[in-house]
Design a protein around this ligand. Structure first.
Ligand code: 5GP
Ligand code: SF4
Ligand code: MG
Length: 455
């Protein structure tokens, strides 16, 4: 999912809309904005892409307010229904609450069952809703103390942007699995999942939030705090490999630069001669550039992407995915005809994309198609908010590399090693990465013991 929030700007809701637009790649199933002028919270949300989800009149109704948060939704843990589209808006006589969450809370089900047995009635099937119920019941001298108590009860991956009438609170889980950035525009603080949102609105990127950090922004200024002393940085490696936009920066380095370095490292491991290197657009173009630079094999644009088809992985259902890949990618025949080709993709999950590409390139006359993957073999499901779901769906979870190669029909298949991947992250100042989908070393115990979509 993608988050944004801004406090104290006359164009808060328009800026939120623009920022969400630049975060659209983080979720396409729904979008919403909650805003306030200081009295009550007002919200608008809808299903689908941002432009479909929010109407002009809904945006108009939010225009007067100077404090605003927004969310684009990528459904992993719960069904795609309007009730699950965020930000959630909760009404209460002690004040309203707007809630936007990115990640997946791995003990949400346990908490929810206990709360239900105690009389709580949930409005959604989302793991995020437990936050609101816990906060309303929390005891403590101040709201910040109650927010801390609430956060301390949660396990898993969570970046939160929370709106009250008098403050915006942002928090990041103590592993820092999902990204969250602090910025500023015209003297107003803003937060976003990725720095590309700051670029889109002309804001300045200040810094990445630290794992366990809790920041409160109000008319009194900004308050930096933590909700826990514990800190075990394990940012999602998939954010670098695939998920984040190429121009987004992490600790000052763009994912483009990181992906290019991953491609360079892959070239050191992949000892194959070929006529050209091509990347799978868009997410693998940087890795293909790095591969070409390092290997000396010329890079070409051998595959074209139709920009008007959504991200294939995000489409739900296998048949929909296959159709989407076919609509999305097509070979440039006179570039690939008669050539031996190295195709670089950033990851293989179900194998849908690679299988289609190999077939399409061969049909277009490619002599040999060698697959190079700029990440290690993905073998395990993710419990922390990326839709890499069941073992059954993940092609490399039960198959050897040779079996995967055969299944996708490539002449050879080479993955980046886990070691080289981490070397790249360390080179760019990473403080620690989650690599559980590759290695099975889960940094946070999955307390509920279920895959997100089984909840
Ligand atoms: P596959 O087609 O093998 O199931 O998925 C891999 C392709 O989907 C790659 O081209 C990758 O860029 C893209 N992709 C889209 N969303 C995701 C995601 O959430 N995780 C991963 N690993 N790849 C994704
Ligand atoms: Fe990211 Fe993989 Fe870890 Fe999930 S398991 S948070 S996708 S690195
Ligand atoms: Mg791709």
């Amino acid at each position: 999912c993608g988050l944004f929030g801004i406090w104290g700007h006359p164009e808060a809701s328009e800026l939120t809309y623009m920022a969400l637009h630049s975060l659209q790649h983080r979720g396409q199933e729904g979008a919403g904005i909650v805003a306030t002028g200081g009295d009550y919270l007002f919200g608008a949300r809808g299903m689908g892409l941002l432009t479909e989800a929010l109407s002009q009149s809904q945006l108009e109704s939010l225009r007067p307010f100077s404090k605003s948060i927004g969310h684009v939704r990528y459904a992993t843990s719960d069904s795609s229904a309007l009730s699950n589209v965020q930000p959630f808006l909760f009404k209460s006589h002690i004040g309203d609450l707007g809630l936007a969450h990115n990640g997946n809370i791995v003990n949400a089900l346990q908490i929810r069952r206990a709360l239900e047995d105690d009389g709580a009635i949930f409005q959604t099937t989302s793991d995020s809703e437990v936050f609101a119920h816990l906060l309303r019941r929390a005891k403590g001298p101040s709201r910040k103390a109650r927010i801390k108590t609430t956060l301390q009860q949660l396990k898993g991956a969570f970046a939160f942007v929370i709106l009250h009438e008098d403050a915006m609170t942002v928090a990041l889980d103590d592993h820092g699995v999902r990204p969250l950035m602090l910025g500023m525009l015209d003297g107003a603080y803003c937060v976003a999942s990725e720095t590309c949102a700051f670029t889109a609105i002309g804001a300045e990127y200040i810094r990445d939030l630290e794992p366990g950090e809790l920041i409160t922004i109000s008319d009194d200024g900004i308050d930096f705090d933590r909700y826990t002393a514990f800190e075990n940085p394990s940012m999602c490696s998939m954010e670098y490999i695939y998920f984040a936009r190429a121009d987004s920066e992490f600790r000052g380095t763009s994912t483009y630069t990181i992906r290019k370095a991953l491609g360079e490292e892959l070239a050191k491991e992949m000892d194959i001669k070929a006529d050209i290197v091509i990347g799978v657009p868009d997410s693998s173009l940087a890795a293909a550039k790095g591969f070409s630079d390092e290997s000396g094999i010329p890079g070409e644009q051998g595959l074209l992407k139709n920009r008007y088809v959504g991200r294939t992985f995000i489409a739900s259902g296998q048949e929909a995915r296959e159709r989407a890949v076919r609509m999305k990618l097509s070979p440039v025949r006179d570039i690939v005809e008669g050539k031996s080709i190295i195709v670089i993709d950033d990851s293989i999950v179900r194998g849908t994309t690679s299988k289609f590409i190999v077939k399409a390139l061969k049909e277009a006359g490619a002599r040999e198609v060698h697959m190079g993957v700029s990440s290690p073999p993905l073998k395990n499901p993710c419990y922390y908010g990326i839709d890499v779901s069941t073992h059954a769906e993940i092609i490399a979870s039960s198959k050897s590399n040779e079996e995967v190669r055969e299944e996708i029909g490539a002449d050879s298949l080479t993955y980046l090693s886990v070691e080289r991947m981490h070397q790249v992250y360390e080179r760019f100042g990473s403080r620690g990465q989650c690599d559980a989908c590759f290695t099975g070393n889960y940094p946070i115990e999955n307390t509920d013991g279920l895959l997100p979509q089984e909840k």
